[in-house]
Design a binder for this molecule. Structure first.
Ligand SMILES: [Zn+2]
Length: 413
């Protein structure tokens, strides 16, 4: 600290001085710290305690020295208006930069924001050089001060607040390219859906035109309208087959990318969605991103109703044997999904079974079981890969003709 005056060997602004002491005396801005230090050093020069010889005296323009020698040296300096050699005078332009950033996002609804800057390379180099000379005991990097100071100015000209954790808008201000860009945080909407018509997939299908629509699109297009978003992605807590109904309420989160609005009357959205013929939704609400992970990890129990078709006729009384399905089922990854699931044997529980006879070659099977049990294979046996199975117990090939999810355990979210 005794060599505080060496900061003034170059032209330096209040911010760049104050920043070297940013960790001392909270409650001041760096500009205030810098101004105070400049005044103290000016006083020391005037008193002859600090030699003016090696210093850039243009740092002290505006101070009225009483010391005649110093007065002499100050003569003519008034004309020399040069910028800070560390930051290039950037702090004088922050109002203008903040205004530019805010203009970029006009029309967007946001309550919180974050500022990130990329200072010019030469500024970072000048800062490094200063640190080598002066030390870094109490300093903060210029990047940090710029982020904060621009943030304060954006706060003063909008109603939004700076937020480091979950900003609605993240600005990136690149001083090398003189460019301001921004990211909009997605909106995440949680809810429950029922699929009331067969034949559509849960997520948008890769090949366009293969399916008329999807659960995702039926829900997503209305949300895009309400939030004025760019695109959507869908995260279901499990999924039913394309040809199955889902009459239980399945939890989902849909992500709306680049929303221009961040609030909507979700009851109105529900009404719009529920006018469609494929999907019903309820309890829509805004959630944080981590709910996506939570619903993916959710393993609520499920209940299914299947129509089972047999090749040989049976008596109604034989259906009683199917009680043997209750308990543990060992299921090797079904052949029909083995291209997208790793091949392993899963153990799942069947909690409850009930049957109702339709005719000698057809019956309804109601199964309450763990999440992740493949019901079509529980019926067919999948060539012995699922044990026990309806086929195995009845001693003849059995086939799932129709499958509906009728109940889904409510998630703990
Ligand atoms: Zn500066």
């Amino acid at each position: 600290m005794e060599k505080i005056e060496i900061l003034f060997k170059r032209k330096i602004c209040d911010n760049c001085i104050g920043r070297q002491f940013a960790q001392l005396l909270s409650g001041f801005t760096n500009a205030e710290r810098g101004r105070a230090i400049r005044t103290v050093v000016a006083g020391a020069i005037d008193a002859g305690i600090v030699s003016a010889n090696d210093l850039d005296l243009s740092n002290f323009i505006g101070y009225n020295f009483r010391n005649k020698d110093v007065q002499e040296k100050m003569k003519g300096l008034e004309e020399r208006k040069t910028a800070c050699e560390v930051c290039g005078g950037i702090f004088e332009h922050l109002d203008e930069i903040a205004a530019r950033a805010v203009k970029k996002v006009s029309g967007l609804e946001f309550r919180t924001f974050l500022v990130g800057v990329r200072p010019k390379r030469e500024i970072l180099e000048a800062e490094e050089k200063l640190w080598e000379e002066f030390g870094i005991s109490y300093c903060e990097p210029i990047k940090v001060e710029l982020n904060r100071e621009i943030g304060k100015r954006i706060e003063s000209i909008t109603t939004a607040k700076a937020d480091l954790k979950m900003p609605d808008i993240s600005f990136l201000i690149d001083f090398n390219k003189n460019k301001i860009t921004y990211n909009i945080r997605s909106v995440f909407v949680f809810g429950y859906y029922q699929k009331i018509r067969r034949g559509i997939p849960q997520s948008r299908w890769g090949t366009p035109g293969k399916y008329k629509t999807s659960i995702e699109e039926e829900i997503g297009r209305h949300l895009l309208n309400f939030f004025d978003g760019g695109d959507h992605s869908f995260h279901g807590s499990g999924r039913e087959d394309i040809d199955a109904l889902c009459l239980g309420w399945r939890p989902f989160v849909i992500e709306i990318h680049n929303p221009k609005k961040r609030s909507a009357n979700l009851r109105d959205v529900e009404k719009k969605i529920n006018r469609g013929k494929y999907v019903r939704v309820k309890s829509l609400r805004l959630v944080d991103m981590d709910v996506v992970r939570k619903i993916k990890e959710e393993h609520g129990n499920k209940e299914y109703v299947a129509v089972v078709a047999l090749s040989k006729p049976i008596k109604k009384s034989e259906l009683g044997k199917l009680k043997q399905l209750v308990g543990q089922v060992e299921q090797r990854t079904p052949t029909r999904v083995s291209h997208r699931r790793s091949d392993l044997v899963r153990r799942r529980r069947v909690m409850r079974i009930s049957t109702s006879f339709i005719n000698s070659k057809k019956f309804k099977l109601r199964v309450r079981c763990d999440a992740g049990l493949y019901i079509k294979e529980l019926i067919s046996g999948d060539k012995g890969r699922t044990k026990p199975s309806v086929s195995e117990i009845l001693g003849q090939p059995a086939r799932c003709e129709k499958l509906d999810v009728v109940w889904i355990e409510k998630p703990k979210i």
